[in-house]
Design a protein around this ligand. Sequence first.
Ligand SMILES: Nc1ncnc2c1ncn2[C@@H]1O[C@H](COP(=O)(O)OP(=O)(O)OP(=O)(O)O)[C@@H](O)[C@H]1O
Ligand SMILES: [Mg+2]
Length: 398
Amino acid sequence: MAKRPLILAVDVGTTKVSALVGEARPDGELVVLGVAATPVVGMRRGLVFEVERVALAIRDAVNRANSMAGTELSHAAVAVNGDHLTLTAGQARLGLKTGTVRKEDMAQVMKRAAHGRLDPEREVVEVLSHGLAVDGFRGVSDPVGMIARELEMDVWVVSGVSTVLRNLRRVLTMAGVTPVMWVPAPRASADGVLSEDEKKVGVVHLDVGGGTTGVTVYRAGQMQYLGVIPIGGESITSDLSVGLGVVSTQAERLKLEYAAVGSEREGTVEVRAVSGQSVKLIPVKELEDIVSARVDEWTQFVEQHLSRVEWAKGPGAGVVMTGGGSLLKGLGSYLEQRWGWPVRLGVPIGLGGLSDLSRSPGYAVVVGVARNGRQAALDVPTESWVRRLIQFWLNLWN
Ligand SMILES: Nc1ncnc2c1ncn2[C@@H]1O[C@H](COP(=O)(O)OP(=O)(O)OP(=O)(O)O)[C@@H](O)[C@H]1O
Ligand SMILES: [Mg+2]
């Protein structure tokens, strides 16, 4: 009997580690067998800062997801996050010695395109082909087996700083997890929640986490842009803590319960002061001014990223937000007013099994990582050349 294509996906976020064990169905559905999230300290802006504490959180989340699923998986597809991630374009040509396109040729041309101009201190996280020409003819999707003289490929290369990736690899190893595939967190999140139709008509995706915001843009079914801003929901919490003179746990509670963008409410909120037991009354307006200032700054950063995309017209499918930070009250309507595009919250799609547990915007990344990992599951029968190329990259690492 064929092995079941089981996948372990891990997302080491700034505030929580999520792990998911899923089964890849040939029809594309991801059946969730186990899912867990463990709060983490020791991460900052998507990067590992305290190795042991992060490793403990990874171990806990992975163990719980495995025991829920009744599995003992240790090889994982893992999300990579942080503003060190950059997207560059690459291109390469390859003459075909045998006169026929072989899968090795596809892998070879992709490797050439990816490694063209990479700085020595950076590592390839992922390569995505977005254009292929066979003897100058574009639009061929699966050329393996075709008679041809030359292949030409355009790729997007997502790369990251080697030391950052080495630290991530180290904490995973300490936690007993072997990373076999990296997936950039912003793209994973987009894959977790966006439909193919949205990607075709054009969509902006924002994954608003605790320490980062991932920005991706899709058009004509393909990713056109990826970037990471080192600001997320934690910045609002720390602004409230400093600005209102309250400890961060209280600031977090105030944010979750009272903070809203653009509500113009009145009244006061009661909180305990940092020193002593005295109670202070904080005008809601003061709290909202602090939140709005940070949201305004954050929006300007997002706009800087979006301005790098050439827009003929706005994204037809509007903006889709995920991540815990996207739940800030009023954020969606604030952006709708500012940009004039529809904004909605994204929840993971295409799930079966324990899907209710994972159907929240905060699980979008780990679901997307698993969805990408399913392509790497060795025994998926309907193998396209894209999958075979992913396998090629996996083989490079192993
Ligand atoms: N209802 C809510 N309103 C406002 N903020 C919220 C809400 N729920 C969660 N958050 C915020 O979401 C953030 C955590 O989001 P998430 O779990 O997506 O982050 P992460 O994946 O750990 O971090 P990152 O992706 O930046 O590495 C926290 O700052 C938290 O305060
Ligand atoms: Mg995240």
